[in-house]
Design a protein around this ligand. Structure first.
Ligand SMILES: NC(=O)c1ccc[n+]([C@@H]2O[C@H](COP(=O)([O-])OP(=O)(O)OC[C@H]3O[C@@H](n4cnc5c(N)ncnc54)[C@H](O)[C@@H]3O)[C@@H](O)[C@H]2O)c1
Ligand SMILES: [Zn+2]
Ligand SMILES: [Zn+2]
Length: 362
């Protein structure tokens, strides 16, 4: 099968012929139908999320089951599925306490010494990213990385739910509890931020303020529910939020992953409000925060990982939201591309020229 392989950090992906193994116990072989392109893939390619090459990235997939391995009871050939990087073991403290997205076993892969799921034409192992690797025509995943969805859900739009939509919507719906009428700021209107914005609209937030450095994103943000938009390249975005909200917003979602915008997010948060960090700041970096801002103003800062998901419960619900007309996904796709054009897609992401780009497979 054809796949885009990360052969080195800070270099273009290489389109290669890759061998994919047969499904082993508990595994499912999929024909990849579509894969969204998330900024976290770019973080890995640029080294700010360290993952050693060679590896096949891609973690926002939808596909169709081709074959199942021994002991697979949750899926059968022909099922339409979405893949999620937070695989769950089902028995650890996090899983049983209702926070499976924190499961410590989520990246375990095949047992040590087992044949690799993916290998190069010369037989060398190619690592699988997060049990998924959707920048490839086929995927071999543990059944607990997958959820079955309705057959009437278009698979290109379903793929967005695999990461960006679940991350953004879930940050607003699961990680925090936004009261109807509360003021919300979304910093960064990429796939993740636009989903958080829609989450704020769905729960009935009051003012929903979108902040981005690319003003063309504001048409989309307004369509998705933003009441106000702030161009981060003009003037002081923190002061603008304080003006619009009368002293800061109840909830501020940072959906970029930059030190200055994390600091702005805390500064935009009202007394007693909550800053939600969704963007991934490079792992080696630390962000200076004024601690007395937290104590004397009782602000809360929380992280949000993969929308605090229980994806087997959440994703079919998000599919219903879309099919019922409450979640906008068509407008979120700025282009559908072929796998061969993946490096140009990452160039557009670097320049902020895309909302969500989706690879569609034949
Ligand atoms: N927490 C999680 O579990 C999780 C999951 C998925 C993605 N992420 C992270 O979320 C972040 C966003 O991902 P995405 O795929 O939406 O990215 P994206 O590249 O599609 O969007 C980023 C947006 O930020 C804007 N932006 C960039 N610099 C800015 C600045 N200085 N001021 C204002 N706006 C600016 C861009 O114009 C763009 O609209 C990434 O860091 C990604 O790794 C986190
Ligand atoms: Zn992602
Ligand atoms: Zn677990």
């Amino acid at each position: 099968m054809k796949a885009a392989v990360m052969r080195a950090t800070d270099a273009p992906l290489v389109i290669e012929d890759v061998h994919i193994d047969d499904p082993g116990p508990g595994e499912v072989l999929l024909k990849t139908a579509a894969s969204g392109i998330c900024h976290s893939d770019l973080h890995v390619m640029e080294g700010s999320l360290p993952v050693p090459p060679p590896c096949i990235l891609g973690h926002e997939p939808a596909g169709v089951v081709e074959a199942v391995g021994e002991g697979v009871t949750d899926f059968r050939p022909g099922d339409h599925v979405i893949g999620c990087l937070t695989s769950f073991c089902g028995v650890c403290n996090y899983c049983t306490a209702g926070r499976p997205y924190l499961c410590l076993a989520q990246f375990e892969g095949r047992p040590p010494g087992a044949k690799p799921r993916l290998s190069a034409s010369n037989g060398d192992t190619i690592d699988q990213f997060a049990n998924l690797s959707s920048f490839a025509e086929k995927m071999l995943c543990p059944q607990r990385s997958l959820v079955k969805i309705r057959d009437d859900m278009p698979l290109d739009r379903a793929s967005l739910i695999g990461c960006g939509v679940t991350t953004g919507l879930g940050a607003a719906l699961n990680t925090v509890h936004i009261r109807a009428g509360a003021s919300v700021v979304i910093i960064g209107c990429g796939g993740v931020g636009l989903a958080a914005l829609q989450g704020a609209r769905i729960v009935g937030a009051g003012k929903i303020i979108a902040v981005d450095a690319q003003p063309w994103k504001f048409d989309l943000a307004k369509k998705f529910g933003a009441t106000d938009c702030i161009d981060a390249t003009v003037g002081d975005a923190v002061a603008a939020v304080h003006d619009l909200t009368g002293g800061g917003a109840d909830f501020v979602f940072e959906c970029i992953g930059l030190i200055p915008t994390v600091q702005q997010a805390v500064a935009m948060t009202a007394r007693g409000g909550t800053t939600v960090l969704v963007g991934v700041v490079p792992m080696a970096d630390t962000v200076p925060i004024n601690a007395s801002d937290l104590t004397l103003q009782e602000k809360t800062i929380t992280g949000s990982y993969m929308g605090s998901n229980r994806f087997r419960f959440d994703m079919p619900k998000y599919v219903d939201f879309y099919l019922d007309g409450r979640l906008f996904l068509d407008e979120m796709i700025s282009s559908r591309i072929a796998l061969n054009d993946i490096n140009e897609a990452f160039d557009r992401m670097r320049k902020g020229e895309a909302a969500r780009q989706v690879i569609v497979y034949d």
